[in-house]
Design a protein around this ligand. Structure first.
Ligand code: SF4
Length: 447
């Protein structure tokens, strides 16, 4: 939570020595509060006061960076409990298990499956983020080899998961350049040895301990040891207990500013059958988990999880929009249909996917309604005959087709006459729902 200028001023030397380049300490405090100056610009500031100010002004949840280059991801630094209060900042990373006791060919195959999991939805590419390599063998050597193979084949950031500090150290050293997350499965048993390892390697670490109280103890020990960039994981839990834990830990971090829980949470959704895994993973995504590990590569299950993530990590104050220019599906000729809808992404992509399914090359014109759906925009007078006629004119579609017929959504049939009058185009009333477009385009459309 940001401090006010006056709160910062109270901890400054108050000598007005001007070494910071400002005439007074109060002016400097105001600059710091506005994010226009840093505390390091005040040389006389007592180190303890600086540390206390930095701690007090830090975000309620730590940012954790995993991976390098194109594989890099950022987790945490969330500031909202509820999505309507503010956008969730860093989408949950989805990781898929890789077992280090498998044969190298099986590990490579698993990695390739992870790499292939990509989906297009609402104009975005949805992908899995990480491979989570589990040290099932308990041996450092096999762990290192498996981590290398998983990295090579998946081309993803890695989580290296083990109860053995030596295994983690070996794999962390071997793949240090890739900035893997070191996930320690028994943080209490490893203690200071694990903290020293993470500091020496300069890598983020995930401390696993069974439940809220044990995690608080691990977090406090890590903080006392000087660790800054770490995550917390409660380990295997029943779904109900896991949801209670996630709510409790988020509330502790964001609302109560309880620093020991101000770290991103990693969850395992690996215990049940595939349906149970899918449901639990979606719940964890929706209820604040920063990282969720699943043990499936089935596209239909991964798509469900990624869809939940896409839905919750949009900005609720900004509707998802598409470009309000003329779009094409296939290679439409001069006799292709011209369909209008709104520039609300969900409306547009619903229409686009059905037009694609019909295999009838078409033009689609998403009229600028500031991201409102068809009926909402019509009710707000943003999707009327005059506006659509203007959009048709400005889109250039008149020079692309030889006819003058436009298909409008069935829900706004009432605007047919005014659109005809404003544009001179013949207005055809299409189906009410996008799902009716396939039969409509195949059997009813005629240029
Ligand atoms: S350098 Fe520090 S003590 Fe000096 S005027 Fe600036 S804020 Fe005040």
């Amino acid at each position: 939570m940001a401090l006010t200028g006056l709160e910062i001023y109270k901890s400054l030397p108050k000598t007005n020595c001007k070494q910071c380049g400002l005439p007074t300490c109060l002016a400097f405090a105001m600059k710091v509060a506005a994010g226009q100056a840093g505390l390091d610009q005040c040389p006389p500031l007592d180190p303890k006061a600086r540390a206390a100010l930095e701690e007090a002004s830090a975000p309620p949840q730590q940012l954790v960076k995993i991976g390098a280059g194109e594989r890099a991801i950022e987790l945490g630094q969330e500031t909202s409990l509820y999505r309507h209060e503010g956008k969730f900042q860093h989408p949950t990373a989805i990781a898929i298990c890789v077992n280090d006791s498998l044969a190298s060919t099986a590990i490579e195959e698993r990695g390739r499956q992870i790499a292939s999991l990509k989906f297009e939805r609402l104009g975005a590419t949805l992908k899995v983020d990480m491979a989570a390599v589990f040290n099932v063998s308990g041996q450092p050597r096999g762990f290192v080899e498996a981590a290398r193979a998983a990295s090579r084949a998946s081309r993803k950031a890695l989580a290296l998961v083990s109860a053995n500090v030596e295994s983690l150290r070996a794999a962390g050293e071997a793949l240090r350049e890739e900035r893997p997350l070191l996930w320690l499965m028994d943080a209490a048993a490893a203690g200071a040895k694990a903290f020293d390892m993470a500091k020496e390697l300069g890598l983020p670490i995930c401390l696993q301990a069974p439940g809220f109280d044990a995690l608080v103890a691990s977090s406090e020990a890590a903080r006392a040891a000087g660790l800054k960039e770490f995550m917390l994981a409660p380990g295997p839990m029943k779904a109900k207990a896991a949801l209670e834990f996630l709510s409790q830990s988020r509330r502790a971090a964001i609302v109560k500013k309880f620093r020991p829980m101000g770290y991103p949470i990693a969850m395992l959704a690996t215990g049940g059958d595939s349906a149970q895994t899918l449901v639990e993973a979606c719940w964890y995504v929706l209820k604040y988990a920063a990282l969720v590990v699943v043990d499936t590569t089935r596209p239909e299950e991964i798509l469900g999880i990624l869809t939940s993530r896409q839905d919750i990590y949009t900005d609720p104050q900004k509707p998802a929009l598409v470009d309000s220019t003329l779009h094409t599906v296939g290679n439409p000729g001069t006799d292709a249909p011209v369909l209008v809808t709104t520039n609300f992404a969900l409306s547009y992509y619903s229409v686009e996917s059905e037009v694609e399914a019909s295999r009838v090359p078409s033009f689609i014109l998403p009229v600028d309604t500031e991201g409102q759906s068809v009926l909402t925009a019509w009710a707000a007078d943003k999707f009327n005959g005059k506006i659509i006629a203007k959009a048709l004119k400005e889109s250039g579609v008149e020079s692309r087709v030889g006819h003058r017929k436009v298909v409008i959504p069935g829900y706004v049939a009432v605007i047919s006459a005014s659109l005809n009058e404003e544009s001179g185009w013949e207005v055809l009333v299409g189906p009410k729902e996008a799902s009716g477009l396939v039969p409509y385009l195949k059997s009813q459309w005629k240029p």
